[in-house]
Design a protein around this ligand. Structure first.
Ligand code: PAF
Length: 280
């Protein structure tokens, strides 16, 4: 696997592959790779001739300086894992390489960014949009792969690609979970033993709530989930929302949308965790 730190080098690599008529799949990451990321690499390998990943902890998408400082960084291990997974190249730029100057771009994703993560983490999606657009322009992939754990991020990126007429396909990939149901996340390594033992209750509670669709309205189901989360004193819930999974608008009736999803964000010890499940 090739490791590139400079934009010109990854650009040349991809251009050569495109000139040979090969399709390039792209998996952008912030490193500290786990099986969730590797499932994206596997999917990209199935769909494309060449797979490129990136490892870049994007400072401008962190609204909390401690979160940025504590974000796990394991570059050597990431390279090993990507190599084992059969990735062809990884782009690992420095902050100066990505941002030689302060970036002033401002994106407005309308209602999509005014709820949930957008409302709780001001500037977060602007930072994501800036880096993802830059990465797409640098790597120029045919397809890019994103996990559904960051469901709102996925919706924002799809919207950006549509609005800017970017010529690539965004491929959503299912959440990968530990055996006990905890959604895989780079942040999970920061949970202590007690917190890690409690963390699977997030998924369990979402599933429990979702199973009550037939006898509850969306508002009742949301309150049910909030009450359940409140019984676990270690959870400090930031939001629980039930929305249409296309436009992420809250719903009042189940028949308002084809598929509804329940979303949660909560603090557990030092770690902020998010998760979501579709309500069938
Ligand atoms: O989901 C992530 O890991 C990041 O938000 C992304 C898409 C790599 C942009 O920094």
């Amino acid at each position: 696997m090739k490791v590139f730190n400079f934009i010109v080098d990854i650009q040349r690599f991809v251009e050569e592959k495109h000139n040979l008529g090969l399709k390039v799949g792209f998996v952008p990451t912030m490193g500290a790779l786990h099986d969730g990321h590797l499932s994206l690499i596997n999917r990209a390998k199935k769909d494309n001739d060449i797979v490129v990943s990136s490892v870049f902890v994007n400072p401008i998408q962190f609204n909390n300086p401690t979160d940025l400082e504590k974000y796990p960084r394991t570059p050597e291990r990431d390279i090993e894992k990507l190599e084992q997974a059969g990735c062809d190249a990884v782009f690992m730029p420095s902050v100066d390489e990505m941002y030689p100057e302060k970036v002033e771009d401002h994106y407005d994703f309308g209602d999509l960014e005014r709820v949930m993560e957008g409302a709780c983490r001001p500037g977060h999606f602007n930072g994501v949009a800036i880096v993802v657009r830059k990465l797409f322009e640098i790597v120029n992939p045919d397809r890019a792969y994103f996990g559904e754990k960051d469901f709102q991020q996925l919706a924002i990126i799809k919207k950006m690609v549509l609005n800017l007429n970017m010529n690539l396909e965004i491929v959503p990939c299912p959440i990968i979970r530990e055996n006990d149901g905890l959604a895989m996340s780079s942040r999970n390594v920061r949970l202590n033993e007690t917190e890690r033992a409690i963390a699977p209750q997030i998924y369990a509670t979402l599933n429990d709530a979702a199973s009550h669709k037939k006898e509850m309205t969306p508002a009742e189901l949301r309150q049910y989930a909030l009450d359940k989360f409140a019984t676990i004193k270690e959870f400090d819930v930031e939001y629980v929302e039930i929305t249409d999974e296309i436009n992420l608008k809250s719903i009042e009736n189940w028949n308002e949308c084809e598929h509804a999803r329940i979303f949660v964000a909560l603090q557990l010890g030092p770690v902020r965790l998010i998760d979501n499940v579709r309500i069938y």
